[in-house]
Design a binder for this molecule. Structure first.
Ligand code: GAL
Length: 739
């Protein structure tokens, strides 16, 4: 039987009491909620982060069929932040102490008579908990809530608990697929049959292979198949397969489990990272799993969208899921788009007592067993981010990881140089770059373990916080620092790659950030609107022509009216500049300073001699990006007489698959030439009709010329409309909701 999703029908209270676990509890003071859920919606900034720190309660009734009672009824929570105690019919069934990994409880021992059974959760999201990441200070908000899917799986007495696939040799014609199949129990008479299919049907190329059947024999069976004509999973062509395993008892199928995987082989050498035998320099960013207002509580499609943004809008080939395992939806999408992943256990600088460490080791176990079929994951982070050396502890986390997965290297993020290394890869946060010095340290200054690969897991971030509405020179410098570090890392051939800090601005604790509970460290803002630095990344990719002119050409924006160098982030061959229609010059990528980047920025010098004098009449500038001699992209900078709002939605069809769906809306101030207007900060009003509602406030101000919002479905099919209005009028976007 397929999963039965239980995301609807929950009752919630911010104040847990023992009463709510009882069958006859009074629900009148509880609120009805849907999962993903946050215990506290926050404003964008300037709020008291303690609002998320409480002991809350969730409760739901479920219906159990009589015939289910002979087997197992498995209830899984994909993510509940941070300590969950699950009660079934008033009896404490399980306690789980991690907000970032899934856990499962078998309901059968706790069932009472009748169909109706009561599930309740005491959820503690206080930071005083003795478990990772808590105990010290943390530079990100940890929120609270049952914020990932909840589902039920109904099983026979014997069932497949886990399938772990590895593809150790993809360089041969018939590729090797190994699968460890774990049963809950073994008994005589059990056998398997298996088949392999392409995940996405290619209509004219049906692909299906029956794999040899075999006796189960043991609780864990290691099966090996040689598979002909399979495609590899690669970042450019991420082909995925589905392995279906049927468990039979005395010839009758009693359980079926599917797992998606890709045929791919990774190699970490001290001179580089290899994917299917080809060297790939890793270039990416760190990602938190948060959004404005609702924190961690976002459903499938916004999770997927982040992977798409990293891959296609930021041209990354790797993401680090700082600082914890993230949604399976995000990871699934990384598999689908070909985005490599470095994931890690929860934690931030602090290591706690013996119990705390035990939970951290369990986090290693849960992370690896829950995520190891993702072909996108290439490294396990088994240290607490930026913590001190602790030999027995890290010996254990490393050992645990290797026991569970021999085919991926371990790593662990440090700010320590020459620290004790149990892991396979030395990963270091290199914040040396101050703008006018080197972009990164040579590896030899950080570690003398030349036998191990070396990866830079963070750079920039707090070294140069940048708001969308900071002045142009600041925004340009932010972007150029990213270019400087990327170039420096590319020069150092013994650095296998990097993930910069970070993808987008995020809510944080009062001790960090700009005092408003936001760290403005992203190359995008919190709504995933791009700062100029985003174009540094995008311009390294080849998906489409990119040209971001990081200048408005207004002399009054700059000290003493001097514009200085104009930076253009582009993957084109050159940029031609025209002033009032007259050709001024053609400018080329700055190979001298950024020559190791795939596409160095173009730095245009000397334009000040063409600008108007102070108070003079501003003219018109045209920048034309060329490819093979043809002008393919144009950017115009001229006096602005009017601001227009460009409003886009990532989707207009919301599908309620397992829960509500959410669309991401971007609001951008532009002029008639589609030039972004950084200093437009006016409010817009949001209103909905029909089957959708806005997440967060209904009046939002543009910040740095951008705003964002989200609309979510309400559980019923039909039409919905979002109206966005400002002084100039009203714009509407229509949605269709399918349930
Ligand atoms: C690092 C840390 C990150 C973030 C970053 C800001 O030290 O690992 O979580 O705080 O600094 O630059």
């Amino acid at each position: 039987m397929n999963r039965i999703y239980l995301n609807d029908g929950w009752y919630f209270t911010k104040h847990f009491t023992e009463d709510i676990v009882k069958r006859d509890a009074d629900l009148s003071r509880m609120e009805q909620v849907r999962i993903p859920h946050t215990v506290c919606e926050t404003p964008m900034n300037y709020f008291d982060e303690k609002c998320c720190q409480l002991v809350s309660g969730y409760r739901r009734e479920i219906e159990v069929e009589d015939e289910w009672r002979d087997g197992h009824i498995l209830l899984t929570f994909e993510g509940a932040a941070h300590e969950a105690v699950v009660y079934v019919n008033g009896i404490k069934a399980l306690r789980h102490r991690s907000g970032y990994t899934a856990f499962t409880v078998d309901l059968v021992p706790y069932l009472t008579e009748g169909r109706e059974q009561v599930i309740a959760v005491r959820l503690d999201s206080r930071e005083s908990l003795n478990q990772p990441p808590f105990g010290g200070v943390i530079d990100y908000l940890t929120y609270g809530g049952i914020y990932r899917d909840v589902y039920l799986e109904v099983k026979d007495q014997y069932y497949i608990e886990d399938i772990y696939t590895v593809t150790p040799d993809v360089m041969r014609e018939d590729m090797v697929l190994k699968a460890d199949i774990t049963l809950n129990h073994w008994t005589r008479g059990l056998s398997f049959e298996a088949c392999l299919d392409l995940w996405e049907e290619v209509p004219d190329q049906p692909w299906h292979q029956e794999l040899a059947g075999t006796d189960a024999g043991f609780r864990i069976s290691c099966l090996t198949w040689y598979v002909k004509d399979a495609y590899t999973w690669d970042i450019d062509m991420p082909v995925l397969y589905i392995l279906t395993v049927r468990l039979k008892k005395d010839g009758k199928v009693i359980d079926t489990r599917q797992v998606r995987f890709g045929f791919r082989e990774i190699g970490f050498e001290s001179d580089g990272f290899y994917l299917n035998g080809r060297q790939v320099k890793l270039r990416g960013l760190n990602r938190h799993q948060s959004w404005p207002y609702v924190g961690y509580a976002m459903p499938k499609t916004p999770q997927q969208l982040d992977a798409d943004i990293l891959k296609f809008d930021l041209g990354c080939n790797i993401v680090r899921t700082s600082h914890y395992p993230q949604s399976q939806y995000f990871l699934d999408r990384c598999d689908e788009v070909g985005l490599l992943v470095f994931t890690e256990i929860p934690g931030w600088q602090h290591i706690g007592d013996t119990l705390w460490k035990k939970i951290a080791v369990r986090n290693v176990r849960e992370m690896i067993t829950q995520y190891r079929n993702h072909p996108s994951i290439i490294m396990w982070g088994v240290r607490i981010n930026e913590s001190q050396d602790d030999d027995p502890f890290y010996y254990k986390t490393n050992l645990t990881a290797h026991e569970l997965d021999l085919y991926r290297p371990t790593a662990g993020v440090r700010y320590l140089k020459h620290s004790r290394l149990f892991e396979d890869v030395y990963t270091y946060n290199d914040f040396v770059c101050t703008g006018d010095n080197e972009g990164c340290l040579p590896r030899a200054k950080v570690t003398d373990r030349t036998d191990r690969p070396y990866f830079i897991s963070e750079y920039n971030g707090h070294m140069f916080p940048t708001k969308m509405w900071d002045d142009e020179d600041h925004r340009k410098e932010h972007a150029l620092r990213h270019a400087r570090v990327l170039n420096a890392i590319a020069v150092e051939t013994d650095i296998i790659g990097s993930t910069g800090w970070c993808m987008f601005d995020y809510n944080t604790h009062g001790d960090f950030g700009s005092g408003d509970k936001i760290c403005y460290h992203g190359v995008m803002d919190y709504f995933r609107n791009p700062k100029p630095a985003a174009a540094v990344y995008k311009s390294q990719s080849e998906f489409e022509p990119v040209m971001e002119v990081a200048a408005s050409m207004n002399i009054g924006e700059h000290p003493a009216g001097i514009i200085g160098d104009v930076a253009v982030f582009t993957n084109l061959d050159s940029v031609r500049v025209y002033r009032n229609g007259d050709f001024i010059g053609e400018y080329f990528p700055d190979e001298q300073t950024y020559g190791e980047m795939d596409h160095p920025p173009v730095l245009i010098t000397g334009l000040d001699k063409y600008t108007e004098k102070w108070g003079g009449k501003a003219g018109s500038w045209r920048f034309a990006g060329t490819k093979d001699g043809r002008e393919v992209l144009t950017a115009i900078r001229e006096p602005v007489d009017r601001c227009l709002l460009r409003i886009t939605a990532d989707r207009q069809t919301l599908v309620e698959e397992h829960s509500y769906d959410a669309a991401t809306i971007h609001i951008e101030a532009i002029d008639k030439n589609e030039t972004h207007l950084y200093y437009y900060q006016e409010p817009v009003t949001l209103r909905t009709e029909g089957c959708i509602e806005v997440i967060g406030p209904k009046v939002v101000s543009l910040r740095g010329g951008f705003a964002g919002t989200y609309v979510k479905s309400l559980g019923r099919s039909g039409k919905g409309t979002l109206y966005v209005s400002d002084a100039a009028g009203e714009v509407k976007i229509d949605f269709e909701v399918k349930t």
